[in-house]
Design a protein around this ligand. Structure first.
Ligand SMILES: NC(=O)c1ccc[n+]([C@@H]2O[C@H](COP(=O)([O-])OP(=O)(O)OC[C@H]3O[C@@H](n4cnc5c(N)ncnc54)[C@H](O)[C@@H]3O)[C@@H](O)[C@H]2O)c1
Length: 263
């Protein structure tokens, strides 16, 4: 029997990248999955892939900058599968701009998706979890950029820092309802988002090797393993925490020796 048998999970931004890996891992452990995303063409194939593994899954359009669409996503999950136990506020965007170059509209866009979107998603999920009466677990997605900044990206690290604080806020508010809230802060992980960053900065991959004791970016499945821990009862005494899943990156001052850098 899987660790999440009978549970229902909503994952925003779940049609690709790390979000897709969360869906796959939760489904393997017996959860029913509802994906909310804005890439509607990728919804049906993502659902079909989960169903092919024997899971129950559904997709609905949800732009996390829209409260009405978030509420509709949560209602859809409860109507379709009868309960809501797990919510991963995974949808996010990156914007490249330095301090003096950042345009107001780009600041607003990043904050709308990464901060307001994650907050409203968790808030809406928590209301349904309370109504369902089974408790629940919220998993917010931060980043190592919440702790260490990057001159090329002004708004993204600030948005991901906010996710760490909102996780603590949710934890204290939701504890009496049997709902836990924790965050995962991934280090560089091999997805479309990372590929985009690497395309803009050719030295990036070598830098990951030099700046990461484990010498490589993470695979999405390595984040999904941590998400499973936070989603399951194995983490039942944890709330308000951010887990830095970064190959040792945050602990490293200066850099690793050149030898051993993966190609
Ligand atoms: N990949 C990394 O190296 C890395 C590192 C640290 C943190 N993260 C975080 O992990 C999460 C997933 O990252 P990823 O690399 O898989 O990214 P990705 O770009 O591959 O996937 C992001 C998903 O979010 C969706 N999305 C974007 N805006 C949305 C909106 N307004 N409403 C609904 N969905 C929306 C996209 O359509 C996409 O499916 C993000 O929160 C990201 O900040 C990623």
């Amino acid at each position: 029997m899987g660790q999440l048998e009978g549970r229902v999970a909503v994952v925003t931004g779940g049609v690709q990248g790390i979000g897709e890996a969360y869906c796959r891992r939760f489904a393997e452990e017996g959860a029913s999955i509802v994906i909310g995303d804005i890439q509607d063409d990728k919804g049906p194939p993502a659902v079909a892939a989960l169903e092919a593994k024997g899971a129950e899954a559904a997709y609905t359009h949800c732009d996390v900058t829209r409260k009405d669409e978030i509420d509709a996503l949560m209602d859809f999950a409860v109507d379709r599968f009868g309960r809501l136990d797990i919510c991963v506020t995974n949808a996010a965007i990156v914007h490249e701009a330095k301090f003096f170059d950042l345009k107001v509209e780009d600041w607003d866009r990043v904050m709308r998706v990464n901060v307001k979107g994650a907050f409203l998603t968790a808030q809406s999920a928590a209301k349904r979890m309370i109504a369902c009466g089974n408790g629940g677990t919220i998993i917010n997605i931060s980043s190592t950029n919440a702790m260490m900044v990057n001159e090329q990206q002004v708004a993204y690290p600030i948005s991901k820092g906010a996710v760490v604080q909102m996780t603590k806020m949710m934890a204290i508010t939701l504890a009496d309802h049997g709902i836990r809230a924790n965050a995962i802060a991934p280090g560089p992980t091999r997805t479309a988002m990372l590929d985009e960053v690497m395309a803009n900065s050719p030295d990036f991959r070598a830098n990951i090797g030099l700046r990461t004791p484990l010498r490589r970016p993470a695979e999405p499945e390595e984040m999904a393993a941590v998400a499973l821990f936070l989603a399951s009862d194995e983490s039942r005494y944890m709330t308000g925490q951010t887990l830095w899943v970064d190959g040792g990156r945050a602990g490293l001052n200066y850099q690793m020796p050149e030898e051993g850098v993966s190609p």
